[in-house]
Design a protein around this ligand. Structure first.
Ligand code: PEP
Length: 314
């Protein structure tokens, strides 16, 4: 049965299975928890985490606001190329700060082989999408349960390319979100305005509606599983990055909008990633902002050296 343990530091442990709660108590006694808490503070002078601590984070025994660098490979690489890329990331992992969670989101066809390549490492596996139905006669679709069964921990939902080219609406996304959560996948929920919406000064309204129409349908427990990615559509794949001021302004607004429904603690614990032409040359400035907890990376995730350099920008 799940139990809830509060920790008197800037993080909470929620819904931990009883057997893990025992581990947590030992960790509390041995002060390892305080190390996790330090890792959760932005720009805190975090001590490097041990392999055991890293594993506990990866397996989500501890929840907190995490620094995340996630690579959305989109429809790129063949299966052998994808395996090679995943292997290169594993080889470089010791050079990544231990409190930065790396996630890769290869195409469906690559999930098994890329998943094998990262097995036993601290890199987590994500899908780029899932079906809005649980199972059945839906040719060409891939269900949340299938993704979970091959080791995915995350799924990207609501990417602007899916909204734009495949007509995904808030109703579709509500169904996908519910299925992802029911199956133990953490959604990486993408939001962001188009160029004309920003030019018309409507960016706050657009992002607020995307949050209210989908995230506001969740319970607080479900919301605590969600990662949000702010991706201004005009910055995706265009080489145009939002300035760190523009990104911080929206990220703070996103957190405030989450807090208005779910309370400050859940909002503070939610990782909000920036996406849109993020690269080694601009990641440091973006990640230095108080409400930017990492990045969802497209083009630059296809080169191991660039992806790792972005992760090293903390
Ligand atoms: C994305 O599509 O999620 C993305 C951020 O792409 P890029 O980094 O290529 O702009």
């Amino acid at each position: 049965m799940p139990v809830t343990i509060g920790i008197p530091v800037p993080t909470t442990v929620n819904h931990v299975p009883e057997r893990d709660a025992k581990v947590i108590k030992i960790l509390l006694d041995t002060k390892i928890i305080t190390i996790f808490a330090a890792a959760g503070r932005k720009r805190a002078d975090s001590p490097r985490l041990s392999r055991m601590e890293r594993n506990l984070l990866t397996h989500n025994i501890i929840q907190m606001r995490r620094k995340i660098v996630a690579g959305n490979w989109k429809m790129n690489t063949t299966v052998p190329e994808g395996r090679e890329l995943a292997e290169a990331l594993v080889a470089e992992l010791p050079n990544v700060p231990a409190d930065v969670q790396l996630i890769i989101a290869p195409p469906f066809t690559h999930l098994c082989s890329a998943g094998k390549a990262i097995e036993g490492s601290a890199i987590a596996l994500s899908a780029q999408n899932c079906a809005d139905q649980a199972k059945g006669a839906y040719t060409g679709e891939v269900s949340a349960a299938m993704l979970k069964s091959i080791g995915c921990g995350y799924v990207i939902l609501g990417h602007s390319e899916r909204r734009q080219y495949y007509g995904e609406t808030s109703a579709t996304l509500n169904a996908k979100m519910a299925l992802a959560l029911e199956n133990g996948l953490k959604p990486i929920y993408c939001i962001g305005e188009k160029l004309e919406e920003r030019e018309a000064g409507r960016h706050f309204d657009v992002v607020k509606a995307q949050i209210e129409e989908v995230l506001y349908t969740l319970t607080p427990e479900q919301m605590s599983q969600v990662v949000v990615a702010y991706e201004p559509v005009w910055a995706i794949g265009t080489g145009k990055t939002a300035t760190s001021e523009q990104a911080q302004e929206i990220h703070a607004f996103v957190r405030k909008t989450i807090a208005a429904k779910f309370g400050q603690q859940i909002a503070d614990d939610c990782s909000i990633l920036y996406g849109g032409s993020c690269k080694p040359s601009n990641a440091r400035e973006l990640f230095a902002r108080a409400d930017i907890d990492g990045g969802l990376i497209g083009g630059a995730a296809l080169k191991a050296a660039d992806f790792i350099a972005i992760a090293q920008s903390y």
